[in-house]
Design a protein around this ligand. Structure first.
Ligand code: URA
Length: 194
């Protein structure tokens, strides 16, 4: 994974190299390779966990219920994945590019084999800020989990400022946590001077 991802000179290159990567069993059970969505020139890159059923079907990250909530959250601070203006646009990807069977959580091997590709994706997109949505991206980028403690506190990931946030799928199950997510969104908007 390290050697292969290092060869990529552009995001398109990287997508092509990673689709051809055979180190993960997950690939065999997935319908689609889900690389990214949004604007690659965006100042903010959002990193989620892995494709779910809807993402696997469509080949795009965050297009199911959690994705709709994510879009609403971004819209609340004037941002969105389809905006041409890179200041307000986002680029969205997951740690894993293939859906884990039955949406189970990715295991440690799957995460560590995905990190070199994710790191290269961040380098090539070169966002100013990375948002880590939930435990899996925190494990991948920070080597730590515990999103309830990590969320809302700025840290560094892949050599740039990073904000861990609660995953929107969690917010769907626990609407009271939306209050904290709102505070984190405001912190992001503040950092971007929106
Ligand atoms: N959850 C994620 O973490 N990523 C997606 O793409 C969809 C749901």
């Amino acid at each position: 994974a390290e050697a292969l991802s290092a060869r990529a000179r552009s995001l398109d290159d990287l997508a092509e190299l990673q689709t051809g990567y055979d180190g993960l069993q997950l690939k065999r059970g997935a319908r689609n390779f889900v690389f990214a969505d949004g604007n690659p020139a965006a100042r903010v890159m959002i990193v989620g966990e892995a494709p779910g059923e809807e993402e696997d079907a469509q080949g795009k990250p965050f297009v199911g219920r959690a994705g709709q909530l994510l879009d609403q959250m971004l819209r609340a601070i004037g941002m969105g994945r389809d905006l041409p203006d890179s200041t307000r646009a986002v680029y969205i990807a997951n740690v894993l590019k293939w859906r884990p069977p039955g949406n189970r959580r990715p295991n440690a091997d799957e995460i560590s084999l995905s990190v070199p590709f994710l790191r290269r994706q961040v380098e090539l997109a070169d966002p100013e800020i990375v948002v880590l949505m939930g435990n899996t991206p925190c494990a991948a980028a920070l080597g730590r989990e515990g999103i309830t403690r990590l969320r809302g506190t700025w840290t560094q990931a892949f050599g740039r400022p990073a904000l861990p946030m609660t995953h929107p799928a969690y917010l769907l199950r626990n609407p009271v946590a939306k209050r904290e997510a709102w505070a984190d969104l405001l912190s992001l908007a503040d950092r971007l001077k929106l």
